[in-house]
Design a protein around this ligand. Sequence first.
Ligand code: ZN
Length: 413
Amino acid sequence: MKLKKYAWLLFAAVFIIVIIFAIKPGKESGAEANPIEEPIQEVEPKFYLTLPADTLGFEDHTISSGESFGSILGERGVSTSIIYSIASRIDSVFDVTKIRSGVTVKIAKGENSSIPSYFIYPENAFEYVIISLNSDSIYAHKYVKERTVKRKVISGTIEDALYLSVNNAGGTNALAMSLVNIYAWSIDFFRIQKGDAFSVIYEEEYVDDTTYVGLKRVLGANLIHSGNDYYSFQYENELGFDDYYDEEGRSLRKTFLRAPLNFTRISSRYSGRRFHPVQKRWKAHLGTDYAAPTGTPIMTTADGEISAASYTSGNGNYVKVRHNSTYSTQYLHMSKIKSGIKPGVRVKQGDVIGYVGSTGLATGPHVCYRFWVNGKQVDPYKQKLPEAKSLDSTSLAAFKEYSEKLIQELGNN
Ligand SMILES: [Zn+2]
């Protein structure tokens, strides 16, 4: 009986020991693994422009029309007297009345602050005005982001308008506009047709590597019009000025622009005889009409001096420019003559002298461009116009070596 009892106890003890060992966690379970070491984190302080972003909360606000610097801050708890003192203390750097609707500003607030600490106004894609609103330290300073230049090559065929084709090839309107300006003297863009092609090497500016700022310059281009190559290369002439030259170093610039405005259509060419749409009779049309929306800027096609800026019932508001003893040009039907344009004022080629309208005898908004040679009106497109200076023989060899490389690159694309 006694033995049986001990045997039972022994059995129980063994059983308990087995149980204890069985549930003892093994090494593998990690019970005695080292505590996880916290990696030493190098916390980089974050900045927005020059502001400590870690301690600030940022709000994006797009200015709507009717809002002012004062109303934006007033709504956020800044008192009128502080707004006034901010505006007057920073006016040498930033005129707060110049803020434009549609611009998205950033308003930064400190963690424990009830009113904003900074107002950040972007003047463009790379220039910012940072205004500190803290009443004990009010200031404004400009911050300019570093810009990087990317070189690009694109080409395409012209399907429709030049700027659409340039856009389709990955270019911008600014690039198309630049091409129009470069070729303004040598190609009549009104005659550009489907099947013409272009190839262009250019530089664009970016900030933060990917945000487009704008076109920097066109280095070279080829416009293939009616099967002919029209090359242009930017090159610095012996006087130190950049200009555009063809592959022979001849200036692409003429003393006259081909048209007094960009991107329009000719609605009526110079002719000895046409049916006048207002007077309803056949008479000579001694000008070239360019239809364009009212308000489109009209440029003088060459350097000169204003000889008339006036109004007649036929011409409407008009300006006449005397270029030299041989040439004058005249621009009719303006909605408005540009302020400051009056007889005796000197103008440079491309200067705006007025705006498209339909004053005088006109059916719709257009500019009637008239070209005078020795006191007689002629068709400017039939004139052999004087050219600007070509590259000097001293720089021609270096220019040809340079342009040859670009021609290869344009052709390969
Ligand atoms: Zn006309």
